[in-house]
Design a protein around this ligand. Structure first.
Ligand SMILES: [Mg+2]
Length: 261
């Protein structure tokens, strides 16, 4: 079977913090040269897709906006499809543009009809309180993602899941999760680009998100060891990727070999 599409997670695959993973640009260029269609899919919902496209471009990876997927965009799309008239309280103000672009009105009060929670580096108790009260009043609880932590240059930092959990705990409500391992973002790529999952490879650094989503959706997957999980964890655990490789550098060969079968 041929791999015609490669979907890259970003944190821990393409970069760590502000540093590119060695060989990332060359790997993407090589795949594109050989005719593979490349997408970027991050669970990070703390910025807009424009931000991520710029970040990729700073590492020499020229990705058109429509091939860059982040969960703030996904959450905005979800709202415009399912609750176009609901107002949103978006904790991370930097992402409000995704919502207004999707026709969603953003408010900063407890009367919001939906609360969108993701990684918010400017989180305050006052913001948590507005979100808490809106949820208690019955607002939809939307989480961009549920990652417990994420990799940076010198280790890890607490992820969106830590903030989501505090609201889930205090309100007793469960969020709808937009990011991996839930299928919503992948479905969006399939819908917007006509990608065939059976001809696609998911490349990620995290078993519980990237690889689990791929497995649930019948896609092949490759774990790279430049981020969250280790080879031992991939061998021991329940979630087994099809390929375990040192880094993104090894991906073009996997794709090349798949077309020779
Ligand atoms: Mg990652």
């Amino acid at each position: 079977m041929d791999i015609k599409t490669v979907i890259f997670d970003m944190d821990g695959v393409i970069y760590r913090g502000e540093k590119a993973i060695p060989g990332a640009k060359e790997a993407v260029l090589s795949l594109e040269k050989e005719g593979a269609e490349v997408f970027f899919l991050t669970n990070n919902g703390s910025r807009t897709r424009r931000h991520f496209a710029k970040k990729l471009s700073s590492f020499g990876i020229k990705a058109p906006l429509k091939k860059v997927y982040c969960t703030s965009y996904g959450a905005a799309k979800y709202m415009s499809e399912n609750m176009p008239d609901a107002t949103a309280y978006v904790l991370e103000e930097d992402t409000e543009k995704e919502f207004t672009d999707a026709g969603i009105r953003c408010v900063k009060t407890e009367d919001a009809k939906a609360v969108v929670v993701g990684l918010d580096r400017n989180l305050t108790y006052a913001k948590l309180s507005i979100a808490f009260r809106a949820l208690v009043k019955g607002a939809h609880f939307i989480a961009t993602n549920d990652d417990p932590s994420y990799p940076v240059e010198d280790g890890f930092l607490p992820g969106a899941g830590a903030i989501v959990a505090s609201l889930a705990y205090s309100t007793g409500k469960r969020p709808l999760i937009i990011g991996k391992p839930e299928p919503y973002m992948l479905d969006l790529i399939v819908k917007e680009h006509g990608v065939n999952k059976e001809e696609a490879l998911m490349v990620g650094d995290q078993l519980s998100t990237d690889i689990l989503m791929a497995k649930k959706e019948g896609m092949r997957s490759a774990l790279v060891l430049t981020g969250v999980n280790t080879r031992q964890e991939a061998m021991r655990g329940r979630i087994r990727p099809d390929f375990v490789v040192d880094s993104i550098r090894d991906i073009p060969k996997i794709v090349r070999d798949s077309t020779r079968r």
